[in-house]
Design a binder for this molecule. Structure first.
Ligand code: PRP
Ligand code: ZN
Ligand code: MG
Length: 226
């Protein structure tokens, strides 16, 4: 299985909160997908489309760098990489084709449940663990708070218990993870949903035609879900 340059490449999450819904959306749009669990690439049987199944954090970069034509990704991950590339003076071109009706979550700051938290000023001078350092730093700056941000790629919720930080900034959807780790949500800093993005420089007419065919189907699926 190789990637053919003529086929539309869509990046989607391989496993995680967005994968089931992303797959269901594409299936509802008429794509016949034959997913074998361990495969990076899945060829769509009835259309000139390949699905690249990757880590969610890799999706914005794949689209911004033109390696994939479309991507289904959470706005949180997209915004974090956009901020990073702005700071590093790197290109971060992409176009949002549509917001989707799944993947809703919030990026929030949480502290130990027993803490008597009053306001954002209570974060002054603390160490906060997160996977989203640039979104967090932007929020802290906007609120005039000086805090130390430590970046962890995973297991952020155990950082306070492990003594690595006294607060965290992580995604919350049901709240079960915070609850299970003795933490409470105190500030919402970003609200996110899944979005469909396209690379900016896409010019191949066969691919653009395919996207033009897909978009009304996606709109139709979302309307039916309402
Ligand atoms: C997020 C977050 C928590 C969990 C919160 O992880 O890091 O682990 O979801 O959800 P809850 O409020 O419903 O318990 P995500 O699924 O995005 O996976 P990742 O951290 O591996 O990207
Ligand atoms: Zn992730
Ligand atoms: Mg997680």
């Amino acid at each position: 299985m190789t990637v053919d340059g003529k086929r539309l490449r869509i990046a989607m999450q391989k496993s995680g909160r967005l994968s089931q819904d992303s797959q269901a959306l594409l299936t509802s749009c008429g794509l016949k997908i034959n997913l074998r669990e361990q495969r990076l690439i899945a060829h769509v049987e009835n259309m000139e489309i390949d699905l690249l199944r990757v880590r969610d954090d890799d999706i914005p970069g794949l689209v911004m760098d033109g390696v994939c034509d479309l991507g289904i990704v959470g706005e949180n991950v997209l915004e974090e990489l956009s901020l990073q590339r702005q700071i590093d003076n790197e290109p971060y071109n992409y176009q949002v084709l549509t917001r989707l009706d799944f993947g809703g979550c919030r990026l929030s700051i949480a502290v130990p449940q027993e803490e008597n938290y009053q306001s954002v000023k209570d974060l002054e001078g603390r160490t906060i663990a997160t996977t989203y350092p640039r979104l967090l730093n932007r929020y802290l700056k906007q609120n005039g708070v000086n805090a130390r941000v430590v970046t962890l790629k995973g297991s952020v919720e155990v950082a306070p218990r492990a003594g690595l930080a006294s607060a965290i900034c992580d995604l919350v959807s049901t709240g079960a993870t915070l609850e299970a780790n003795g933490l409470k949500e105190v500030e919402v800093i970003y609200r996110s949903k899944a979005v469909l993005i396209q690379r900016r420089d896409l010019a191949e007419s066969n691919k653009l035609n395919m996207i033009n065919k897909l978009m009304p189907r996606i709109a139709g699926v979302m309307q039916a879900n309402e």
